[in-house]
Design a binder for this molecule. Structure first.
Ligand SMILES: OC[C@H]1O[C@H](O)[C@H](O)[C@@H](O)[C@@H]1O
Length: 394
């Protein structure tokens, strides 16, 4: 049957990755109807999805993540995937935190694709060398010392794309690095006003603003993958971004440890902010279309797709006990740290990528953070207040 899939994977590495899913579906005799909505981070895609569902014309499948899955399921528009999930034994193949996130009232309504780590810092080896920077900065103080050397050597220290979700991605890594996992939980998961208005949040915003001072004047509006390209092309030293950025390095034939470095954002090595991509299926009447949806769900959790997709996408398989032999050192580190942080209680849902709070709160906080990033006239004290106010929105 035909399966129409709405997603926002349009960058080099993203498009190559989703292309692998198309291939697998076609070998199963299904027709893949692509509905790609450009715009990193997915806000545009979610807006288009809403209008299609309201118009009574939902796609067969859509890239929907985190608490938004339960919000859509509560609308009664998502199909129950339990028959596939049971037949394919998903409960025994998934980390519990992921399995729970794919369910509504105990039933699977979404199929998980991968685990992206968000608290990464990407670095160009040659730029660091040419700038006299030895070693990877592990603390924010070390980072700023390195950034000064890089600036003096004539390179752009931080490649950044000035879009609210990218500002927010850097913000969450700064908060985690400055405040630690417990503070991240209190401030950005529980949205605790005491934490949000604490001296630690003030320190986080001061650090966040200082990071901006090392970006270039052309960063406003820049797409994330173009910022990654600046690091790939030795124009810039660092980028703070989830490991979908690694998909761009891979697509450019770059090798970790040789051409570039993947390291935890300063101060965050003992923690892991996760972002799980997933596809939810919309209720359809047509039996052939329902069969194609079931094939898609089974393919997504299958070992073939879990390997080939994640090798290209930069994420790691969400399916447990996968053979990681073909994966590079960054993926192996991500996989090791995922397990270690899960045991240590420092495995944290990414707020910037829709994993931690409801979409309405996420959107409001994201805008307050981005306004602070873009307007240097907003004082740190006012920044703290506006973010705390936005977090109070339910
Ligand atoms: O578009 C940039 C990124 O946005 C989101 O975080 C998605 O989860 C990820 O898969 C994608 O690569």
């Amino acid at each position: 049957g035909e399966v129409e899939v709405l997603h926002w994977w349009t960058s080099g590495g993203e498009a190559k990755s989703v292309g692998e899913l198309k291939k697998i579906m076609q070998t199963k005799g299904n027709t893949w109807k692509d509905f790609a909505v450009a715009g990193g981070g997915g806000d545009n895609a979610m807006t288009v999805l809403k209008s299609r569902v309201v118009a009574g014309n939902p796609p067969a499948a859509a890239q929907i993540k985190g608490p938004a899955i339960q919000e859509w399921a509560a609308e009664g528009v998502l199909a129950n995937l339990d028959p596939v999930a049971k037949a394919e034994k998903w409960d025994s193949l998934l980390p519990k935190v992921v399995a729970d996130g794919m369910k509504y009232k105990g039933n699977y309504v979404a199929a998980p694709v991968n685990v992206h780590r968000v608290n990464w810092m990407w670095a160009n080896e040659a730029v660091l060398k040419k700038s006299g920077v030895t070693g990877v900065p592990m603390t924010w103080d070390e980072f700023f010392a390195a950034a000064d050397k890089i600036k003096k050597a004539g390179f752009i220290p931080v490649a950044h794309g000035g879009q609210n979700w990218q500002d927010f991605t850097t913000f969450e890594s700064v908060v985690l690095g400055v405040g630690g996992p417990k503070f991240y939980q209190d401030a950005l998961i529980k949205l605790d006003q005491k934490a949000l208005t604490s001296p630690t949040m003030t320190k986080s915003l001061e650090t966040f603003r200082k990071v901006k001072g090392y970006t270039d004047a052309a960063s406003p509006g820049r797409d994330w993958n173009l910022a990654t390209a600046m690091v790939i092309q030795e124009k810039a030293a660092f980028q703070f971004m989830g490991d979908w950025a690694k998909g761009e390095f891979t697509a450019a034939g770059k090798v970790p440890g040789k051409d570039y470095i993947c390291a935890a954002a300063p101060g965050t090595a003992n923690a892991y902010t996760f972002n799980v991509d997933s596809f939810a299926m919309f209720k359809l009447k047509d039996a052939a279309a329902q069969k194609a949806q079931a094939d898609l769900a089974a393919a997504i959790m299958g070992t073939e797709f879990q390997e080939v997709f994640n090798l290209n996408k930069g994420s790691i398989p969400v399916r447990l006990n996968m053979d990681m032999a073909k994966f590079d050192d960054c993926a192996k580190l991500s996989s090791k740290d995922f397990v270690a942080s899960s045991k240590a209680g420092t495995l944290l849902p990414s707020i910037a990528h829709g994993m931690a709070v409801k979409p309405a709160a996420e959107g409001a906080i994201k805008d307050a953070v981005s306004q602070f990033w873009n307007d240097d006239k907003i004082s740190v004290a006012d920044g703290v207040k506006s973010i705390a106010k936005a977090a109070a929105i339910q």
